[in-house]
Design a protein around this ligand. Structure first.
Ligand code: G3H
Length: 258
């Protein structure tokens, strides 16, 4: 029955949050590997979660990129109230994604869907270190970096390491190094092995992993059976305040190994 299914789902959510030692896990029915509607539901759930998490006053929500984040953003609803105002900013500078799934685009879409505001970080891809460093001195960039530092909420996804490295056109040397270090997961430009240890980091401005540890509201969104291994690896050392939004296919696969 539907009731039994719901009870079963709640049990799975509890088991996952206990297993990772995180604050909360929410599981959506289905498999986002082949059902786009699961990602739309992530949008509803993220809206409800942020509605509970974000306090009254001015909030700064730092968001990462990726296809999950982009589709989730498209299906969000309003979060703005008379007493609560939300500013969306990209969590990190360009890490080599296509325009539509870059953090800048995701934060713009989230702001428009939720009724909030956004600020973009204009740092082009593939810059020489010299240009990159001088660009960082620009007041308009410094201003957005300061806002990012002040964020009280982070929303990000989790990806498969080699898949993400290939999509971002990382070099052959980097690919070899990731394989040698058994990288299985990627999140905000960091790569993790099966134990959740960082094995590589793309050097970019914006939020670093140690900053995320200190932010009171963290939401990770990732689903699909194919991502189960990556989710499990990343979540092992995820900040304890994390809320994980995932789907049934990933959740069942994660619990199989427990
Ligand atoms: O940064 C990207 C995420 O780690 C995963 O991307 O949602 O396209 O799988 P995705």
């Amino acid at each position: 029955s539907v009731m039994n299914q719901l009870l079963g789902m709640h049990q799975v959510e509890k088991e996952i949050s206990q297993y990772f030692g995180i604050k909360r896990c929410i599981v959506v029915a289905g498999n986002s590997d082949n059902q786009e509607k699961v990602l739309y539901e992530f949008g509803d759930i993220l809206t409800d979660s942020l509605d509970l998490l974000l306090p009254e006053g001015d909030n700064i929500v730092a968001v990462m990129g990726g296809t999950t984040m982009a589709l989730t953003a498209e299906h969000m609803g309003t979060l703005e109230t008379e007493k609560r105002h939300n500013l969306f900013v990209p969590a990190r500078g360009g890490i080599g994604e296509a325009m539509t799934v870059q953090a800048n685009s995701v934060s713009a879409v989230m702001a428009s869907k939720t009724g909030g505001h956004h600020r973009a970080l204009y740092v082009p891809e593939q810059l020489s270190l010299e240009t990159y460093n001088s660009l960082l001195q620009e007041p308009s960039i410094q201003e957005v970096l300061t806002l990012i530092e002040q964020s009280n909420c982070v929303v990000h996804s989790i990806g498969r390491a080699l898949h993400m490295a290939a999509r971002r056109k990382m070099s052959d040397d980097e690919m070899v190094m990731l394989k040698q270090n058994n990288a299985v997961a990627e999140s905000f430009g960091y790569f993790f092995d099966e134990e959740g240890e960082v094995v590589y980091k793309i050097p970019r401005i914006g939020l670093q992993l140690k900053d995320v540890q200190k932010i009171s509201n963290v939401v990770a969104i990732a689903g699909g059976k194919s991502k189960a291994k990556a989710i499990r690896a990343y979540m092992k050392n995820a900040p304890k305040q994390t809320w994980l939004i995932t789907d049934e296919a990933a959740a069942n696969e994660i619990l199989k190994g427990v």
